[in-house]
Design a protein around this ligand. Structure first.
Ligand code: ZN
Length: 656
């Protein structure tokens, strides 16, 4: 399809219904930065001009910046927290992040990270500031009045830490510089006040704005990251217009000039051995793939393989190298597949480019791109989906990590299943027909299993827990990734999956480029489904109460059958009760939950009867169906298993 048709298509499907946006002010930033990199000393010398607009109704007498890299110093909050969690054993292993462990405590002077402020002025006046490890507090000489803009001028010096977590240098996989959280970054001030979250583990909540960044670095380095390269013709390395000649200025260094509009973060990465692939998709989005192709390093890695692994490459390094290239080319193929699907189902991508860049850590999302440890497609898709659930819908990750990670997991599960289908088609593989019913919701089974595991473990904490304050990393992980993903697939059970699909697009439409919270999402879901859903948020998000419904008893009365259902655990839910008849047909008895004040549309063509709503105060409910008991083969509560019922043993009764 050409660009015009796609644009027309997007316009028709996404913008015909205009939804009123909820009023909420947002601060605004405009960064202009010039950074000089010393690749021998691994230091950055930066000048930062920050135009800061106070759109709040409040007068600000101080501001906060993040100095993330100060976390990479012995005895920092990140260090101590990790070591403390390491003392907790879960399933026989320490609960710390495997990447952090106690590594920070062993860093030497030239291996630590730091961000030092050399000078800071506001509107030309020198400002006093105090460094609280990863947070810089500036007590302003003059307050910032509502609806005014001030300019901060800062000079800073940073040392790139050895690769521990997210940012760093000289990672085990050979990547030289992974540059995230690399500049002093204004903390967000929003309707909840300042958000000076120290850097302990989780990181995202930033101010929306525009970036203009110039990075000077030795001319043999190849860069990628957030932002559109402005001087591609002076840089080259595959960024230049195809078929044109590159005119590089003379000197030891090259200055890379990027601009990035409407983002709340800016990352970059640099390595002299990056191989750069790029491609323009049908809709005009340019995809960049940059991966480390240092043959010496890869050869070492090949040599350290076990004999059996080497056999896979016929003991030939050339085959290993070819496979390495193929895997990254596959990333490009996956992106080409993913973008149209994601644009259609979760809202159109708004930037002109996206970059998949090999970095030193396990996979981390940033604006317009991601850093990936390797080319695994699961992570490729996960980080890509974060461009929607974090980079465009910028929930406060400290407060709502489940809306960031959970929504991403849910969308990735959908995308991956579509991708598997496409791969099978491309490679001519025919899948054997599934005749066994799925044991858990298709594509989301892993999330449900993890949730059930933590629900039974006694470690579960409510989703309202601040991301850094969960008692264990295990509880944080399952809550945010898995219970957050189940939040959506289970919402599909309540509203119907077709309605859920519309909710996700409307959520994007109303909240992109803003900071939605959990109530904002629920309000969108309520408007789209025409149901009250506050109870769902209160139980699933604010509590660890569980769902368990069962079939209590069944008795017949002439041509009628009475089925008594029981709510065994605390959380109320609507009930889809499937009646399976001996002639092979099925019917649904649908019992809305009282607090919904609404009902979901039929999701399939099966005959469905809607019953009176079940009052949540009542532990039992009797469904009477007009059937002879001898015609029924079985009855079952929610065979789709989208309802996260912790005990399904009592969900089905079969008749002889
Ligand atoms: Zn993630």
């Amino acid at each position: 399809m050409n660009k015009k048709i796609i644009l027309l298509f997007l316009t028709v499907s996404f913008f015909t219904v205009l939804h009123a946006q909820t009023e909420r002010w947002q601060q605004r930033v405009k960064y202009t930065m010039e950074v000089d990199v010393d690749v021998e000393k691994n230091k950055l010398f930066g000048k930062q001009k920050l135009e800061y607009t106070n759109n709040s109704p409040d007068t600000l007498d101080r501001v906060f910046y993040h100095l993330y890299w100060n976390a990479f110093q012995p005895n920092s909050m990140m260090d101590v927290r990790s070591q403390e969690l390491g003392k907790i054993s879960i399933g026989g292993s320490p609960d710390w992040d495997r990447r952090v462990r106690d590594r920070i405590s062993h860093l030497k002077e030239d291996e630590i990270g730091y961000q030092k402020i050399k000078s800071l002025k506001m509107n030309g006046a020198v400002q006093n500031f105090k460094v609280h490890e990863t947070i810089l507090e500036v007590k302003l000489s003059k307050p910032i009045l509502p609806k005014t803009t001030v300019t901060f001028d800062m000079e800073f010096e940073s040392q790139v830490p050895v690769q521990i977590r997210r940012a760093g240098r000289d990672a085990a996989n050979g990547v030289r510089y992974s540059m995230s959280q690399w500049f002093p970054k204004m903390s967000e001030y929003d309707y909840m006040g300042w958000n000076p979250n120290p850097y302990i583990a989780r990181e995202f909540h930033g101010v929306w704005g525009d970036f203009d960044v110039k990075i000077s670095i030795d001319r043999n380095y190849i860069l990628g990251g957030t932002g559109y390269l402005q001087n591609a013709q002076e840089i080259g390395y595959g960024y230049e217009k195809p078929g044109t000649t590159v005119k590089r200025p003379s000197g030891k260094k090259l200055t890379w000039h990027f601009i990035a509009p409407d983002v709340h973060d800016f990352f970059w990465a640099a390595d002299p051995d990056y191989k750069h692939l790029s491609k323009e998709l049908a809709d005009g989005t340019t995809i960049h793939v940059l991966y480390d192709r240092n043959e010496e390093f890869l050869k070492e890695r090949f040599n350290s393989l076990r004999p059996q692994q080497k056999e896979n490459y016929k003991n030939d390094f050339k085959n290993y190298l070819a496979h390495w290239d193929e895997q990254w080319e596959e990333v490009m193929w996956a992106a080409e597949f993913a973008f149209p699907y994601v644009n259609k189902n979760f809202g159109p991508y708004t930037y002109k480019q996206y970059s998949f860049i090999q970095g030193g850590d396990g996979g981390m999302e940033y604006a317009m791109g991601t850093l990936l440890n390797g080319p695994g497609i699961g992570t490729v898709f996960h980080e890509l989906m974060h461009n929607w659930y974090q980079m465009l819908l910028a929930t406060n990750e400290s407060l709502y990590p489940w809306m960031d990670e959970g929504f991403t997991v849910w969308a990735t599960e959908k995308l991956q299943s579509e991708y598997r289908k496409a791969i099978r088609e491309r490679d001519g593989i025919t899948e054997p027909e599934r005749n066994q019913p799925q044991s858990l919701p298709e594509n989301h089974a892993g999330s449900y299993r993890n949730y059930f595991g933590i629900a039974q473990s006694g470690l579960e904490e409510p989703l309202t827990t601040h991301a850094d304050h969960y008692n264990t990393n295990a509880a944080y992980g399952v809550a945010s990734y898995s219970k957050g993903s189940v939040f959506l697939s289970q919402l599909g059970y309540i509203t119907g999956d077709q309605v859920l699909a519309k909710i996700m697009l409307r959520y994007y439409d109303e909240w992109k480029f803003r900071h939605p919270n959990d109530n904002d999402f629920i309000r969108v879901a309520e408007k789209e489904s025409k149901m009250k859903l506050d109870w769902y948020r209160l139980y699933w998000v604010n509590s660890t109460k569980q769902i368990d419904y069962g079939i209590d008893s069944i008795w017949s009365e002439g041509q009628k059958v009475n089925i008594r259902l029981r709510r065994v655990s605390e959380m109320p839910m609507p009930i889809d009760l499937y009646i399976n008849l001996k002639d092979g047909s099925q019917e649904i008895a649908y019992i809305p939950q009282y607090l919904m004040f609404g009902e979901k549309p039929a999701e399939n063509n099966l005959p469905r009867k809607t019953y009176e709503a079940w009052k949540w105060t009542h532990p039992t409910y009797v469904v009477t169906i007009d059937k002879n008991i001898n015609d029924i083969s079985s009855v079952e509560i929610d065979p789709t298993q989208r309802m996260a019922d912790v005990n399904r043993k009592n969900n089905k009764v079969e008749f002889k």
